[in-house]
Design a protein around this ligand. Structure first.
Ligand code: KG4
Ligand code: ZN
Length: 338
């Protein structure tokens, strides 16, 4: 079986083709076109600008994904598309395109929740033996959620952020430090030259007895430091130290909460997903802590290019959540959740 995935929930326009062969999901192509450079100028995403770019890009991106896979539409068995959550204008581009392709080529249409897509990036190019129950940590620009996956299609939300998402905290703090957008990769890079012990930033809710997160206080703490700097001059050294201390504070909370949830629910696997999962320190801290503290639990982290938004993960999710609906019954749902 071969599935074409389409993803346009935020500023990326992506099409990817995944084939199931010998009990493995092979990624045949995964084209991601981002309007990031346009948003870098404004320091954040302007939804109308994102959607206008996506409407121009969607057909060339799908064409390129087909060409790279050397397949034609006649080799595609189903079309999977992100229908939420996300920006309405952006989602509409992907959803309406997928509906058109489904109608014209008479292909089943499988709607996929973007957040669940992030989790299924873990199945790409892996053996399919991920054991349940599994704990999913989704850390992206819009979400920080812990979910319990009892089996395919049965996902229970157990906690999430009460205010800013982890990626949002990176992005907002990146802006305070006058780093380029998006803040996550920029903070990671700046932190390489910094001392993470320079500033003792808060680790909100780290010891709370639930699985919730809160990152807005961290942004306020960084703002307080930046505002107190003499003559408001942010030297490279200071930015590096602030970046390293910020990154460590976010990672400490994510790792501690994930491990305590994994212990509480006695999960067999931990699955990481979302743009922040591309962060090298988060990846290594989670791997190390899992290995030493809960050695019976196996941790899965997608390769970096599959952590940020891409359509390959949407196609992958469709193999396990294969519930096609008639094309005229599908609409975008920006508020979709678990
Ligand atoms: O999953 P994603 O591509 O889009 C959403 O669904 O939101 O995540 C984007 C987020 C941004 O906030 C970005 O700053 C963050 O992921 N991010 C990172 C890294 N790469 C992307 N955060 C920390 N370290 C990174 N290397
Ligand atoms: Zn995402």
């Amino acid at each position: 079986m071969t599935i074409l995935g389409i993803e346009t929930s935020c500023d990326e326009t992506s099409a990817g083709i995944v084939r199931k062969k010998n009990n493995k999901l092979e990624l045949l192509s995964n084209v991601v076109s981002s309007s990031l450079s346009l948003h870098a100028k404004t320091g954040g995403i302007i939804p109308e600008i994102a959607a206008r770019e996506q409407i121009k890009l969607i057909i060339p991106v799908i064409k390129q994904a087909l060409e790279q896979s050397t397949l034609g539409m006649n080799n595609i068995d189903a079309i999977a598309v992100t229908y939420g959550p996300g920006l309405l204008g952006s989602l509409l581009v992907g959803v309406e395109t997928a509906k058109t392709l489904s109608y014209v080529f008479n292909k089943p249409l499988i709607p996929i929740n973007h957040l669940i897509g992030h989790i299924y990036a873990n199945w790409i190019n892996q053996d399919l033996e991920i054991k349940f129950p599994a704990l999913g940590l989704i850390v992206s620009g819009g979400h920080t959620d812990l979910v319990l996956i009892l089996k395919h299609g049965k996902i229970k939300w157990i906690g999430g952020t009460r205010d800013d998402a982890a990626g949002e905290a990176f992005d907002k703090i990146g802006r305070l430090l006058k780093l380029p957008y998006p803040g996550g990769p920029a903070i990671e890079k700046a932190a390489l030259n910094g001392n993470s012990k320079s500033f003792d930033f808060p680790r909100p809710l780290i010891d709370s007895n639930d699985f919730d997160f809160s990152f807005s206080g961290l942004k306020t703490a960084v703002l307080k430091e930046v505002s107190s700097i003499k003559y408001k001059v942010l030297s490279d050294e200071l930015v590096a130290d602030l970046a390293a201390s910020t990154q460590e504070a976010i990672i400490d909370v994510l790792v501690k909460k994930t491990l305590s949830a994994a212990k509480r629910f006695k999960v067999k696997s931990i699955l990481l997903g979302g743009g922040v999962a591309a962060n090298e320190n988060l990846r290594s801290e989670l791997i190390q802590n899992t290995k030493y503290k809960i050695p019976d639990t196996k941790i899965f982290i997608p390769q970096k290019s599959l952590c940020t938004d891409n359509a390959g993960m949407i196609a992958a999710a469709a193999f396990f959540n294969n519930e096609p609906i008639p094309w005229d019954k599908l609409s975008a749902n920006p508020q979709l959740y678990f």
